[in-house]
Design a protein around this ligand. Structure first.
Ligand SMILES: [Fe+2]
Ligand SMILES: [Fe+2]
Length: 189
């Protein structure tokens, strides 16, 4: 018979698998982005994702268990779909809008999962775990909002106008003038 603690640990293992796979996926997204602000958003969420892995390890320990991983079919599917949409839009003005679209599906999966996990941790009286899960949840929500902002500011407009972000007067402070190079900073291969 399953207990709420077993269930919670199983779903933590699902997220531990997901976050470990997202490190590589975010590095790929940063490399594929042709808009500097979007690339920076992916790179900074990659650093946060490394923190999510550490926090999940602490959450496991707070339940008296070592961290473990369980294949997350949802993230495998979302990343496969993201790869498809990225390759279908490669070298096209729609590329950044497409990358954002795929990435936001992942963020929403994470938001749903961490919201539920935080509730269970609270229900189980594990306040340390609940707090850590809330911290991760807040970063996932902020990452999702940042992607919406970049999409609205420039990437969706570029996709609609059929122009590259570099040429788009609506592109805002894209960071190109600051000489940021594609996918290098902070990204671990
Ligand atoms: Fe995450
Ligand atoms: Fe995330």
């Amino acid at each position: 018979m399953k207990t709420l603690k077993n269930l919670c640990l199983d779903e933590l293992a699902d997220m531990y698998y997901a976050e470990n796979h997202l490190i590589k996926a975010l590095a790929k997204l940063a490399k594929a982005a042709t808009h500097d602000e979007l690339r920076e958003a992916f790179e900074s969420h990659l650093v946060e994702t490394e923190g999510h892995i550490k926090k999940l390890e602490t959450v496991f320990l707070s339940f008296g268990e070592p961290a473990r991983s369980k294949k997350c079919e949802a993230i495998v599917g979302l990343l496969k779909e993201g790869d498809e949409i990225a390759s279908e839009n490669k070298s096209s003005p729609t590329i950044n809008a497409a990358l954002i679209f795929g990435a936001q599906k992942v963020e929403h999966y994470e938001i749903a999962s961490y919201g539920g996990l935080r509730e269970w941790a609270e229900e189980l009286g594990n306040h340390q775990a609940a707090e850590l899960l809330q911290e991760i949840l807040d970063e996932e929500k902020a990452a999702d909002e940042k992607l919406t902002e970049v999409a609205r500011q420039c990437c969706n407009k570029s996709a609609r106008n059929g122009s590259s972000d570099a040429e788009d007067p609506n592109a805002g402070h894209s960071g190109r003038s600051r000489g940021i190079r594609p996918g290098r900073a902070k990204v671990k291969a």
